[in-house]
Design a protein around this ligand. Structure first.
Ligand code: NAP
Length: 501
């Protein structure tokens, strides 16, 4: 089944064309025209979302679970067409798009199960103590309630699982919040067909059409108007530090500030402790090369830095990593802009004094090939550039003089999504010194693994101190992410008939 996009926005159940259009720039296949979103489209979608909130927020958990199931079914029914247009627009391979569709459906079903269990409501009850002295205690009941319309910015690097019907949308809809998606301009056709699936589910389940809207974008005023719209009550975002920070600041400076749940940049350092390095450095190097280059390195959990102690074992690790990376073919990046940003980042690292080139490859256009550099701990500590994310398959090995310098590096890290320890038994004492530092720095700390591949589960935390995310108390992956779109309400002496269903 081939899908030809019509290029319109979906606003409150209607496909709406704009006056102007922009052209998609697929990695391969035919470009299509899409309507350019405007502040008027944003206003119409936000008004409809607010209207929908009054009925959608009052739906039962069972009804919302059925709705999430139906969205999953509608996506699956369009599976082949979604994969086809997703591959064209993103340049990602078929297997990856199929896997991402499975993940997207899995997230919707996970949230359906999660809300049916009801634990997320965190219900509390302090019974009345009418005879308590000196003052009686009223009857207090607390429950989490949906916050209102939520804006979602689709991510370029996950056209399905972090976009139109991705984790943010699934969490918000599960919570009882209508969603307005700002489609990513890198995959507008993929966004359109997934929006079509949600639209079909809305009709099938008899949900208010304002519960979901998609506004296609290529102009910044769609995003800026959306986060400042007075009816929008929270924002979910995955993308660049620069874009995320701009939108975060706009949310904070509104007359009524709202939470901006931004998942931004991270270099995801790995610390290779001496015994692990000595016993299995070459195997870790091969695993690292795989993690660093999967999906052309376009993962927020890409482990960009390996910290180890200088010496022969470090030399062997670098040689093994270079050999493994040297075998990786060039890969297509998500957009021309991201490919260009990768080369700029690479040149910035290569041009930093004290950095040595280990594997330097050249690539053109939308292609990317791996690059590997190494430096000493002092150079890394002195250079802000070396601590910044390069989005793509680029690794830096940092050679420390001793374990003390490793701890110094850990302390200098900015907030991270992940930090990883490679450890064997004899490394435990050093690892115990590093752990209190790493757990202050990252949302997820791993032992003997690689950070790419984020399990969607109850215990997952995909977040971290700034700049990894703008709100370290939450996560954008896993069932805990629903808490972003809820707020606690206390009901004092409230008759049963007036409590939420
Ligand atoms: P992005 O440029 O931050 O864009 C993300 C979304 O925000 C897009 O919808 C974009 O609109 C919008 N946006 C960005 N800046 C804005 C602004 N100032 N005002 C209003 N809207 C704005 O991210 P990207 O396109 O996904 O990738 C670009 C860079 O982001 C990459 O090179 C990489 O460094 C980083 N990145 C990081 C992660 C991560 O998980 N850490 C993931 C993806 C990308 P348009 O569609 O109109 O551009």
């Amino acid at each position: 089944m081939t899908f030809t996009p019509h290029g319109k926005h979906l606003i409150a159940g209607e496909w709406v064309a704009g006056d102007a259009t922009f052209s998609s720039s697929p990695a391969h296949g035919t470009a299509h025209d899409f309507s350019v979103g405007t502040p008027d489209h944003v206003d119409a979608a936000a008004q409809a979302a607010e209207e929908a909130f009054w009925s959608y927020s009052q739906t039962t958990r069972k009804d919302r679970a059925a709705f999430l199931h139906r969205i999953a079914d509608e996506i699956e029914a369009r599976g082949e067409a979604i994969t086809e247009i997703g591959m064209q627009e993103s340049g990602l391979p078929e297997g990856r798009l199929q896997g991402e569709r499975g993940r997207t459906i899995g997230q919707l079903l996970l949230f359906a199960d999660h809300i049916l269990k009801g634990d997320y409501l965190d219900q509390r009850h302090d019974s009345a103590l009418p005879d308590r002295a000196p003052a009686p205690r009223p009857d207090l009941k607390m429950v989490q309630r949906p916050i209102g319309p939520v804006a979602v910015f689709g991510a370029s690097n996950f056209p399905l699982a972090f976009s139109t019907a991705g984790g943010d949308t699934a969490a918000a809809l599960a919570a009882g919040c209508p969603v307005v998606v700002k489609g990513h301009s890198a995959h507008p056709g993929t966004g359109e067909i997934v929006a079509e699936a949600i639209h079909a589910a809305i009709r099938a389940c008899g949900i208010h059409p304002g519960t979901f809207s998609l506004i296609q974008g290529s102009k910044r005023d769609v995003g800026t108007t959306l986060v400042q719209h007075p009816l929008i009550k929270a924002v979910g975002f995955t993308g660049s530090l620069g874009g995320g920070r701009t939108l975060f600041d706009l949310c904070a400076s509104r007359p009524e500030p709202i939470p901006f749940f931004g998942e931004l940049g991270s270099v995801n350092p790995m610390f290779l402790l001496p015994d692990a390095l000595s016993n299995r450095g070459a195997a870790i190097a091969v695993g690292w090369a795989g993690s660093l280059t999967i999906g052309a390195g376009q993962f927020c959990t890409n482990p960009g830095i390996a910290v180890l102690i200088d010496g022969q074992d470090a030399d062997a690790f670098v040689t093994a990593a270079a050999e493994a990376l040297g075998k990786v073919d060039s890969q297509t990046m998500l957009t021309d802009g991201i490919a260009q940003a990768y080369r700029i980042g690479r040149d910035r690292i290569a041009g930093t004094s004290g950095v040595r080139e280990v594997l330097a490859t050249s690539c053109e256009g939308r292609q990317a090939t791996p690059n590997l550099y190494e430096t000493d701990a002092q150079t890394w500590l002195n250079s802000r550039t070396l601590r910044e994310e390069v989005f793509g398959p680029l690794g830096i090995v940092v050679r420390a003089k001793n374990c003390g310098q490793m701890v110094e590096i850990a302390k200098r890290l900015e907030g991270q999504l992940t930090c990883t320890l490679h450890i064997d038994d004899a490394d435990t004492a050093v690892a115990q010194i590093l752990m209190p530092v790493l757990e202050r720095k990252a949302g997820r700390v791993l032992a003997n693994g690689f950070a790419t591949g984020v399990e969607v589960a109850d215990s997952m935390v995909h977040s971290g101190p700034y700049p990894a995310s703008t709100n370290f108390g939450h996560t954008s992956v896993g069932t805990l992410s629903i808490r972003r779109f809820l707020r606690p309400v206390c009901y004092q002496n409230m008759p049963e008939a007036l409590l939420p269903r």
